[in-house]
Design a binder for this molecule. Sequence first.
Ligand SMILES: NC(=O)c1ccc[n+]([C@@H]2O[C@H](COP(=O)([O-])OP(=O)(O)OC[C@H]3O[C@@H](n4cnc5c(N)ncnc54)[C@H](O)[C@@H]3O)[C@@H](O)[C@H]2O)c1
Length: 314
Amino acid sequence: MTGIPLFTGPHVELAVSPDRAVEAVRDAFVRHARGEWTMPSKVYVPAYPQGDFRAMPALGGGHALLKWVTSFPGNPEQGLPTVTGLVLLSDATNGMLRAVLDAAAVTALRTGAAAVLAAETVGRPDAETAAVVGAGVNGRAAARTFLARGREVAIWDVNEQRARHVAAELGCRVAAGREDALAADLVVTVTPGRDVLFEEDDLRPGQHASLMGADGPGKAEIAAGELARVRVFCDDWEQASHNGDLGHAVDAGLVDREAVTELGAVLAGEAAGRSSAEEATVFDSTGLAIQDLAIALAALERADEIPDLPLLQL
Ligand SMILES: NC(=O)c1ccc[n+]([C@@H]2O[C@H](COP(=O)([O-])OP(=O)(O)OC[C@H]3O[C@@H](n4cnc5c(N)ncnc54)[C@H](O)[C@@H]3O)[C@@H](O)[C@H]2O)c1
């Protein structure tokens, strides 16, 4: 192959199945927990009130990655995506660029993968029902991942038409309503984080929620008091404690480092997961560059098999 493969959104989806994404993201969390993959802090470049830019670097698997990506929650009203940008993957032995990928597709795959991986890891093993709240780009990805893992899923969105559209496309059910969706054994929330979905005492014993939407300042999908009541897992303490749901609870002095377990530590066998069938669990995600690295490497592995992959000549 001469040139640098450019994976557009459809090329990323063709190269990496949701199932492969879960395995790749699991491996990334474990390697990060063991210190083999590293990740300098995500840099937020605020452009509020409209949104923000994020620069997300990572190093691992012989490669370095930078994701330059946006979150502009009001964009869909103008027919524009909330999340857009590029991922650059370079060889860490000589600095040469190896691949360029569509950031929205990489983000969706790894976000869906992390949400479902967390539900599978700390949710109850006998969980029966699953639901996704928020049927946007990343909610669709979470529903697609649940289905790929052989689990039925219901989807719900304040925008009914969007939920119906995603359900028809993926072949899943639209939840009977907000309460129905939020009552599932495994809930994934992927909303812009403008409304709290779980108030204090809402999570019932044994229930699990992967909270994916509130990944930046000012956003929340769960009340801080509820985080203080349930067992909390997160993707990365440094990142999650400064933003979104966990950030509010930490700022209010309701949750501290000792109360929170990183998912990678559980997957690496270094920390305990769910402690009882009755424990209510949440996974607070802000999204990690190591997850993006996992997907970019999985895509690059398959570059030779993807038809009509554009090649950049720099
Ligand atoms: N944790 C992560 O790794 C991660 C990754 C990507 C995106 N995000 C965040 O997830 C959120 C959603 O991203 P997206 O790209 O899917 O956005 P999107 O705009 O494509 O979709 C958001 C959806 O949520 C729906 N919604 C809004 N308020 C709701 C509510 N109260 N209840 C139910 N549905 C509601 C909207 O109608 C829309 O369909 C954003 O805040 C984004 O920053 C987090």
